[in-house]
Design a protein. Structure first.
Length: 735
């Protein structure tokens, strides 16, 4: 009787899809699936993700149960693995199958990437496999692609270098994380999580907070002029035609968002602004330029996990962990595709599947969407790009319609469906009009846009918010009417939300100066992976390194302390991950070796531990040194010197901002109820970032507050009233 071939997939649903692609199959008593394909017998099982994990230090030596500096660094001679909790029965099954005499070989059908190779390799080694290994490498679960791989699987030895890279990544992260965390925790007296992903993620939050605290607003002025013509009235903003919008002055932060007032419209001094105002008042201008252009706005790319988590955080205030939990449930119900993906594309081979999914959605009339313009072969579509596929394709609906489900599940499902349908709709087209009016030597810019075709935006219910430009003729005269000079100031970047933090982790290359390292980070997963980023954010919350304020993530004093302790370590810098990934890529290509890489990591680990031992670190009491139980740390944050006593600093709790010296008699308190009253009276209140600036003694322009039915921009500051205490007051204009 001919021997069979064992197949190990990474997940149960992939195993089932492989079996379905190969032919008629049946479940065996041991839980595996048996199928005959082209005269050969196959038995398919799966790994449930990472079945094996590296053991804790105390497994090597009992003394490592206690955290002591003298025991560091911990560098095992040979790394040991254990079966992950709750996965023992599945490992026993795979081990029994590997040892069985019914098989002649085993096919690795785990995910097509480094981690998939590592999962399979660790299982085979721990199970004592002696069968010849072959590799089925597919990024799509289209049946024809699966069959093609099984028709000619490649020898497993071709992927040995990729396995070395996977092993290197796992062991290096263990060494740096275990030793860095223990070293700095023992030395400081409080839990200090150190790792290649968690530390630079925390630094992103701390650096953003520092940039907000240290921000010095710059004043500038703008001039808006009302023009009167025979064709109608319009307004224009003064611009410096020699200055481009992306020159210094158009503030741009690491979220790739520019300030609302580009550099070209900013006048740097009040004197210059008043001179312009004087020059143009009562004058007559001439329309010197009219530019009309039809522009396209392409649909969003499909979702990967991080972009979906970010969107759900922005729209519904879902945490990344909550969104993943919902998507995982919908995936297990075969309603959505595999969620832990970092790709936003599909391969050309998915076109037929996409058509079927669109037809299924259309047939159910999901959400009343218009499917009439959907076209899989739409010219210029960015969806199908084989070169940008990673281990998995984009997160999409499967065509199985969600019926019932919780409100949160429906919200996530609708997000995915709308994004998917919109991706196959035409671009949003609009007519852009730019008018330049010259008044003597001064230029004023007027912009307008009119929708030509809603395209994909119709899927989101967009009906068109047009701002038509007046119908004007070149060289026509325009009389100057009202001249509005406004004093404004620049504002700092906003604090991170989970959405912007996930985006910065994914695109961590923004924070690296070296161009070659930027390229490495663009070509890899960034900081962390789709499977781990939410876990990193949750660890920062649970470790009391970050507090949550609405959608915003605010680093605590504990985070600032840890940043001061480990901020100078290479592991805190995203460039470390870039170099790390660069070397792993070299290993996978056979240009580097596991041993040489691990020697470097061990050397860095020894040096890091040495620095931790030699640093003069004052003991802190934010929480339990080993992190056991709930941390006791104070999550307050320094926000500037106290304006009343000038000795303490301002801290915050749920009800107020107050002075750290309150026990010593300082009475500074700003009750948060004042913000609610202010909002009730004026339609809005200062944001968290704006309150920081006010509490630091500064003034700011509160934009678009309401009074007597009119909307204004006005300067505000904190003032102390003998009757009511500290509150917000408007700054009177001086004549």
């Amino acid at each position: 009787m001919a021997k069979k071939i064992l197949v190990v997939a990474e997940k149960a649903d992939v195993g089932r899809k492989i079996a379905a692609a190969l032919g008629k199959n049946q479940r065996r008593p041991d839980g595996a699936i048996e199928v005959a394909y082209k005269g050969r017998g196959y038995v398919i099982t799966w790994a449930i993700g990472h079945l094996l994990e590296l053991v804790e230090p105390h497994v090597y030596e009992e003394r490592y149960k206690s955290w002591r500096l003298e025991d560091l660094p911990i560098i095992p001679r040979e790394f040991r693995y254990r079966v992950a909790k709750g996965k023992g029965s599945q490992f026993k099954l795979i081990k029994a199958l590997v040892k069985s005499s019914e098989f002649e070989s085993v096919i690795n059908a785990c995910d097509a990437g480094r981690e998939g190779e590592g999962i399979f390799g660790s299982i085979m080694k721990h199970a004592g496999n002696r069968l010849p290994v072959y590799r089925a490498w597919f990024r799509s679960l289209i049946p024809s692609i699966i069959r093609a791989e099984f028709d000619s699987p490649r020898p497993g030895r071709e992927y040995e270098r990729l396995l070395d890279a996977a092993i290197s990544r796992q062991r290096a992260d263990w060494l740096v994380g275990i030793n860095g965390t223990r070293g700095y925790t023992v030395k400081s007296g409080t839990l200090c999580n150190v790792g290649r992903v968690i530390t630079p993620t925390m630094m992103l939050l701390v650096k953003r907070e520092r940039s907000i605290t240290d921000f010095k607003p710059s004043k500038y002025w703008t001039i808006e002029v009302g023009f009167k013509t025979e064709a109608g009235n319009y307004s224009g903003i003064w611009i410096n035609k020699s200055k481009k919008n992306d020159e210094p002055g158009g503030h741009q932060n690491s979220d790739n968002k520019k300030d609302d007032k580009p550099a070209a419209s900013r006048i740097p001094s009040e004197c210059q602004a008043e001179k312009i105002q004087e020059r143009v008042t009562g004058g007559t201008g001439k329309i010197s330029e009219i530019t009309k252009e039809t522009k396209n706005d392409n649909p969003f790319l499909l979702f990967d996990l991080s972009t979906l988590q970010g969107e759900a955080n922005s729209l519904f205030m879902f945490t990344a962990a909550k969104t993943l939990g919902i998507v995982q449930k919908l995936y297990e119900a075969q309603i959505l595709s595999y969620p832990r993906t970092d790709s936003q594309h599909l391969g050309d081979e998915h076109k037929d599947e996409v058509r079927k999914i669109l037809n299924a959605l259309k047939g159910n009339g999901f959400a009343g969407l218009d499917y009439s313009k959907c076209d899989v072969n739409l010219p210029g579509t960015r969806v199908f790009n084989l070169g940008k596929l990673t281990d998995h394709h984009a997160l999409i609906p499967t065509g199985t319609i969600l019926t019932g489900g919780s409100e949160d599940e429906r919200k996530i499902y609708e997000l995915v469906v709308r994004r998917f349908v919109a991706a196959f709709n035409p671009p949003y087209k609009y007519l852009s009009v730019v008018v330049i009016t010259k008044v003597g030597e001064d230029s004023f810019k007027t912009t307008g846009h009119t929708t030509v075709d809603l395209g994909w935006k119709a899927i989101y219910g967009f009906t068109g918010k047009d701002k038509p430009a007046p119908v004007l003729e070149r060289n026509a005269e325009a009389k100057v009417g009202e001249v509005d000079l406004q004093k404004k100031q620049t504002s700092p970047s906003s604090r991170h939300s989970e959405k912007t933090l996930l985006d910065n982790m994914k695109n961590i290359g923004r924070h690296v100066a070296d161009k070659s390292l930027k390229k490495v980070l663009r070509e890899t997963a960034g900081l962390g992976t789709q499977s781990t980023r939410h876990e990193v954010i949750e660890r920062l919350k649970k470790g009391e390194f970050v507090s949550v304020r609405g959608r915003l993530l605010v680093p605590t004093e504990k985070a600032f302390f840890l940043a001061g302790v480990v901020g100078d370590e290479a592991v805190a810098d995203p460039a470390y991950t870039a170099l790390f990934e660069q070397e792993l890529e070299e290993i996978s290509k056979g240009k580097g070796s596991l041993n040489a890489f691990m020697q470097k990591v061990q050397s860095y680990t020894r040096d890091m531990v040495g620095r931790a031992k030699n640093k003069n670190i004052e003991k802190q009491t934010f929480g339990s040194p080993k992190g056991n139980g709930k941390a006791r740390g104070n999550s307050s944050r320094k926000m500037g010197a106290c304006p009343e006593c000038d000795v303490g600093h301002i801290t915050e709790n749920d009800k107020s901002f107050h002075c750290s010296q309150w026990r010593k008699g300082c009475k500074f308190t700003f009750w948060k109820s004042r913000l609610s009253s202010f909002k009730k009276n004026f339609g809005k209140a200062p944001s968290s970032t704006e309150m920081d600036r006010l509490l630091s003694g500064g003034e700011l322009i509160l934009k678009k507050f309401s009074r007597n039915g009119k909307t204004f921009d006005a300067p505000i500051r904190l003032e102390n009233s003998s009757k009511r205490g500290w509150g917000i007051s408007f700054v009177e204009k001086t004549q």
